[in-house]
Design a protein around this ligand. Structure first.
Ligand code: MRU
Length: 355
């Protein structure tokens, strides 16, 4: 159990001026850590999902900013701030949907601006501290989400999850998987069903890999099997992560999540979204305002297969996320407590209190 939670998917190797990532695109067949020294390499790692999951992307981008400016001690303040702004914009263009990316980059920028009267070398040191803080805070946030989520669950429940919102996607514990880890430590005996999560198989490759190593009873199903397991009474609750929660509670998460929510509503099964405060974006009024990432056709037509599984020039559509309407969500479980509908009100109250 301790082994999988000891895995660190994103960390800084300050001595060697590098970011170290567990390459999630190679799991589960290869457990490989790579070193990333340039901001271009970090950008590429985010785009190609070597690091993925909203909180982990934010942490990687924060360290990316720090590493990019670390040696720039000779710049004037003006040059430094303008260089930082370019790095920030570049990293922000890597993926559009997970708001944690922009949230982390904004925190790093605020650190620069608030300390602009200090020496450039001091600002750089503070940027490292800020990135470390983003990482450390995420661990505590995920643990708190796990505790709150566990208060809604009871022993021997069947739980369904989609994509990977686990320890790999965060600093530790995950969001939707955090209650599964805490429940395992406390003898809850959950039975977890993991959707494979087409097209990039985060459920098959990452979620079942994580949970099985923790000794959690996990069963892999294809995405189109969610209905049958719900109908057969095997699922007592659905727990998913998210990439952005709009001010009205509409929630973007991995493609396929909204279908699972519709099924859960049909079968009367609670549908819980696990969301760190950093994933709630009150600047985005509704789900319609969330930009959905479109990815390459090859992810549908040929990735994972020995030969392409579709005609070479087939027209394809590959949205990486979808939006679950707020009315399909039973509760949003945050690190600061559990939100219930109407979410526009409960989100506003929570965010007011957190400022
Ligand atoms: O494309 P991915 O793998 O980055 O998508 C990840 C998800 O959709 C996760 O559910 C979400 O980021 C939450 S991770 C705690």
């Amino acid at each position: 159990m301790s082994d999988i939670l000891d895995i660190v998917s994103v960390r800084l190797d300050d001595e060697n001026d590098a970011l170290i990532l567990l390459d999630q695109s190679r799991l589960p067949n290869e457990v490989i850590y790579h070193q990333y020294k340039t901001v271009e390499q970090i950008f590429d790692a985010i785009v190609t999902l070597q690091v993925r999951g909203a909180p982990a992307i934010g942490i990687a981008a924060a360290y990316g900013c720090y590493l990019a400016v670390k040696s720039k001690t000779e710049l004037t303040h003006e040059q430094f701030l303008s260089f930082f702004a370019k790095i920030k914009d570049y990293l922000a263009s890597s993926r559009p949907t997970a708001v944690n990316l922009f949230w982390a980059l904004n925190r790093m920028e605020r650190c620069c601006v608030e300390n602009k009267h200090k020496k450039v070398s001091e600002i750089i040191a503070l940027l490292k501290t800020e990135a470390d803080r983003i990482r450390q805070e995420d661990e505590a946030v995920c643990y708190a989400i796990g505790e709150h989520a566990l208060s809604l669950l009871s022993g021997n429940m069947g739980l369904l999850t989609h994509c990977n919102a686990g320890t790999l996607a965060t600093a530790k514990y995950g969001t939707a998987l955090a209650p599964m880890y805490l429940g395992q430590q406390r003898g809850y005996g959950f039975r977890v069903f993991a959707d494979e999560t087409r097209p990039l198989l985060q459920g098959a490759r990452l979620t079942v890999w994580e949970l099985a190593q923790a000794g959690i009873d996990v069963t892999l199903i294809c995405d189109n099997m969610a209905s049958i397991v719900m109908k057969q009474g095997l699922i007592d609750a659905v727990l998913v992560g998210c990439d952005r929660v709009a001010a009205n509670g509409d929630t973007a998460n991995k493609i396929g999540t909204s279908g699972v929510a519709i099924l859960a509503k049909h079968y009367g099964i609670p549908f819980y979204v696990c969301a760190p405060l950093s994933t709630i974006d009150i600047q985005t009024p509704t789900g319609k305002d969330i930009e959905i990432e479109l990815r390459k056709a090859e992810e549908i037509t040929s990735a994972w297969y020995q030969k392409p599984m579709a005609p070479a020039d087939v027209k394809s559509y590959n949205p990486a996320f979808d939006v679950t309407d707020a009315q399909l969500i039973t509760a949003i479980i945050t690190d600061k407590g559990i939100l219930y509908p109407p979410f526009d009100i409960s989100i506003q109250e929570l965010m007011k209190g957190s400022n």
